[in-house]
Design a protein. Structure first.
Length: 354
């Protein structure tokens, strides 16, 4: 079976690209041919352009720095696409998507915040509205990126979701949103990155990025105590700190495979990211996560840690907690059980069963 996956693979974001790879790989493991539809959504393209800093009228020095980093990062991501992602032919215009009806036997929208109107620029393509046969339309771990819809949300969910074959979402809150807006039932499935095992992910991990032992820091949300916590941990251990936002070493090795290697080979990993939490668990790391930054709570990571029964809350009052052992055998068993349910959802969708 030929399967087309439409997601934010062009976001030049580690979580976005790695979840796309994972869903593609899982479907291929199930005996099908899968491609990421290389759709060039105008909003996504604008956001990832190296020139975005200049267009946003940021300070010239800041814009230049961002241009250099984004250019290098885009090249690194393109190398990952060439090696690991099976892309369709480029689809640059919205109207060209209709031709794909003749190519694929089944479509998946997801994962990621594909149903967040702000991220897509109100692009309804991520609801697969170009697919003629509703039996081919499925959503896997799709997300609105919010617990409730935005006031300026312009999507007509009743019509957009009406003919989907099967729908699964990333967060529990999305179930009620879909039910209220369209009357459709849905279910929660695992983020695609959690469908692959440690051994399967090791195939994607690049070589050890540096000889010395190091602490890796990866953040995507506003921080509260991470900087101070990292400073104290580095002082205690004597290890070098590699910060994904500022370390030149990371800039030199910043592909998705490199990102995984920075986590995999680290002595300690500090994060406030959901996918940082995911790969901490998969790679069985000694890690700490800041769930609450004083303004909001990272509920996705919180729910995941509760699912596997692990507490790795970052605390300045208990620096030794990061060395506490984790029962990773139990974690693997719980993720395996949940993964089997999610895989069954995919199998059912591929077979056209509601």
């Amino acid at each position: 079976m030929e399967v087309g996956i439409l997601t934010f693979h062009r976001a030049v974001n580690y979580g976005a690209v790695l979840q796309a790879y994972a869903l593609q790989d899982k479907i291929e493991q199930m005996g099908h041919e899968a491609e990421i539809i290389d759709y060039r959504c105008k909003k996504v393209e604008e956001d990832v352009s190296p020139l975005a800093g200049f267009k946003n009228k940021e300070k010239f020095t800041t814009a230049v720095k961002k241009y250099v980093f984004r250019t290098k990062k885009n090249r690194a991501f393109n190398r990952f696409f060439d090696e690991y992602i099976h892309l369709s032919d480029k689809v640059e215009e919205r109207g060209e998507l209709s031709k794909l009806n003749f190519k694929y036997d089944c479509f998946f929208a997801g994962s990621d915040q594909i149903w967040n109107c702000g991220c897509s620029g109100d692009d309804t393509a991520y609801f697969l509205d170009f697919v003629v046969d509703g039996k081919k339309k499925n959503a896997y771990a799709a997300s609105f990126g919010t617990d409730k819809l935005f006031d300026d949300d312009n999507f007509d969910y009743q019509s957009l979701l009406n003919d989907f074959n099967k729908i699964s979402v990333r967060e529990k809150s999305a179930i009620s949103i879909i039910k209220e807006e369209s009357g459709r039932d849905s279910e929660v499935t695992l983020d695609p990155t959690l469908l692959l095992t440690k051994e399967e992910w090791k195939k994607v991990v690049s070589r050890r990025p540096m000889k010395d032992k190091y602490i890796f820091v990866y953040t995507i949300r506003e921080q509260k105590d991470i900087a101070e916590y990292t400073r104290r941990l580095a002082e205690k251990t004597g290890y070098k700190v590699i910060n994904a936002k500022s370390s030149i070493e990371f800039l030199q090795k910043c592909s998705p495979s490199d990102f995984l290697s920075w986590i995999y080979y680290s002595e300690y990993f500090i994060t406030n990211s959901f996918h940082g939490t995911v790969f901490s668990l998969i790679f069985e790391k000694q890690f700490a996560i800041e769930l609450d930054n004083g303004k909001n709570v990272n509920n996705r990571s919180k729910e995941l840690l509760e699912l596997v029964g692990v507490d790795r809350t970052l605390s300045l009052d208990n620096m030794d907690a990061i060395d506490d052992p984790v029962d990773y055998e139990s974690v693997k068993n719980k993720l395996k059980a949940e993964g089997e349910k999610s895989t069954e959802f995919i199998a059912s969708a591929l077979n056209g069963r509601k």
